[in-house]
Design a protein around this ligand. Sequence first.
Ligand code: FES
Ligand code: FE
Length: 475
Amino acid sequence: LSTASAASSRIGDLVDVDSGVISRDIFVNEQIHKLELEHLFPRAWLFVGHASQVPNPGDFFSSWMGSDPVLMTRATNGDVYVLLNSCRHRGMRVCRYDEGNTMQFTCPYHAWSYSMDGSLVDVPGDLHGVPHMKSAYHGRLEKDKWGLVRCPRVHNYKGLIFASWDEDAPAFLDYVGDFRFWLDNLADAFDGRAGETEVFRGVLKWRIRSNWKFVSENFLGDTYHGASTHASVEAVGIGPGGRGNRRHGERQNQGGFSKGRMKTSFRLGHGASDNLDYEIPYPEFAEPDLTEYFERAWDVRAEKLRAEGRALGGRGPATLFPNMSFAAGFPRSILVAHPISATETEVWRWFLVDKDAPDFVRDWLREYYMRYGGPAGMTEQDDMENWDYATQASLGVVARRYPYNYQQGLGEERLSDLDGAVHSDHAIAGEVNARAFYRRWAEFVDNMSWPELMNVAAVDDRVAKIMERASEVEA
Ligand code: FES
Ligand code: FE
């Protein structure tokens, strides 16, 4: 597809997930990127930040929703708001700090001032103290119409703050469906207390020269890359995959993965890549006090989940469509891939910890997180290098004529007990999640309506077709 014709073609034509073939253009083409900014990001539910980042009235955290800068704030009434960080007068960014606490946002350009819920409260005067509301606007500026643009849909899921610009978007819980079990494992305390977690220290932020979808795809099901991409940390026995002893005292309990890593893809494009029934999600520690702490917490949680008839697993890695990825259970970390251009992404990483975790647990987690996650971590660098080189090698005129292959595990899917979900049981193989993700992506970018996007019967029909094909392959 040439750049010129990109915008006029059906995006779905570039994403042939039934054959497992996807055009490289969706990862490098700026016009397609513009379409996803217009049709996907302003409609989908996006992760903005964590409520624990704004515990007190006046607290704010600067974030992004697609191409738009936003402020997550705590107002005096205690509610969390998500506001467009752009002055209603001439568009100046009213707040240029990453986070903090303030009485109000005063625009640096002409000083329009907004409260934490976005209301325009004042149009301050000049240096001589003459109020501009009076002298410049003759009292006729309709303050109630010119507040900061407030995001109409905000959902606090156990401290995780999600927002959508689309009034017509389905309720957040309908949007996530049964994928919420993974969100629970992310947001609940290690012993299962609902939402008793908080953000641990600052947010890591860095840029990569690659499309944001590389990141989402990696987390939603690419366990395939581990053995090759992360071979060096695995070879010396210190990788998060956990083969053998590690120098730093943590060793992954392998019992949990005896059935292999199952992929689960959901009708709305979310995906996770572990199974729901493994037992112990934490590593073995060299330090007995850590083992004791996690063992005790896990016993409480396991009992609670069993009593509720819930599965014990659901750790991830996983991606909530479109761009919030995370590892749940142990350790717990959120990663958002903010789109900058077709070939540039700003990655943000939050780390979570139980609110009442003692200092020795926090210290251990801090070191663990620094060691593996982020641009200086031992595993994240490996991934970034692949995404960067893959992007640069896909940009060429000839390279772009040849699509990527997503055929792994095609026809091997099986139905899940989870609502609208499909599994693939292979320990490593299986790109079922990626195929579902890109199908959903194409539907959004083609501007499919919400009733069509949420049409359960249509998706079930599609799932039935996948299963039919799977049984043919078996025969
Ligand atoms: Fe904000 Fe003018 S741009 S007050
Ligand atoms: Fe990786």
